[in-house]
Write a protein that binds this ligand. Structure first.
Ligand code: SAM
Length: 214
């Protein structure tokens, strides 16, 4: 029998804390959410390794460190409404659901969206809404969002997402070329947006009207 709780503790102690993740709420969420239940059974034993893993349809669940660093950059306090673009397995959405009030997550692949919705329901996350569609256009009917996180690589931050970011909001996204990006942090203050670059990263492409073409 694999002791998944112990693997989560090791993940936090060897991959997250030594690389500088400090937000205690983020570390607590990473210790709590059962990441192995977000991948298929044959690879569950690898769920806490220091890597991204396949989730089908050519897509991936991001490396634990990348989930932690992006979440920390969002500076969540607990009362935010968050938009995620790129639900994938639903793991990042579960971490967000632990740390914010309400999470809307958009996935363009219907099969992944269905599976993520089912997983999150079984785990009791009733503050997450999974929507199937092109997340590059955001979710205007639910905007503005206090925080936005894009979990697929994009050539630029889509304009509709900048518009749907609330004042005093933070958006985190991997921006750059098709096969290598850098995390960008956008802050909106009094309607003005400032940008800051962070960690280099590699994400599968954000495909849609305001992202990469198919
Ligand atoms: N956050 C995910 C998780 O926790 O498993 C990992 C996301 S995976 C690296 C990127 C996801 O973005 C894929 O599932 C892909 O289908 C999705 N995606 C790509 N373009 C999209 C778009 N325009 N709108 C919504 N989802 C998109």
């Amino acid at each position: 029998m694999i002791d998944y709780e112990e693997l989560r503790r090791l993940m936090v102690e060897t991959q997250l804390i030594p690389r500088g993740i400090k937000d205690q709420r983020v570390l607590k969420a990473m210790l709590k959410v059962p990441r192995h239940l977000f991948v298929d059974e044959p690879i569950q034993y690898k769920a806490y390794d220091d890597m991204a893993l396949p989730i089908g349809d050519g897509q991936t669940i991001s490396q634990p460190y990348m989930v932690a660093v992006m979440t920390e950059l969002l500076e969540l306090k607990g009362n935010e409404r968050v938009l995620e673009v790129g639900t994938g397995s639903g793991y990042q959405a579960a971490i967000l659901a632990e740390l914010a009030a309400e999470v809307f997550s958009i996935e363009r692949m219907e099969r992944l969206a269905l599976r993520a919705r089912e997983r999150l329901r079984k785990l009791g996350y009733d503050n997450v809404h999974i929507i199937t569609g092109d997340g590059t256009a955001g979710l205007p009917e639910k905007a503005p969002f206090d925080r936005i996180i894009i979990t697929a690589g994009t050539p630029q931050v889509p304009d509709p997402l900048k518009e749907q970011l609330a004042d005093n909001g933070i958006l985190v996204a991997p921006v750059g070329a098709r096969f290598s990006q850098q995390l960008i942090i956008l802050r909106k203050e009094k309607g003005k947006i400032t940008e800051e670059y962070h960690t280099p990263c590699v994400f599968v492409p954000l495909v849609g009207k305001y992202g990469w073409k198919e």
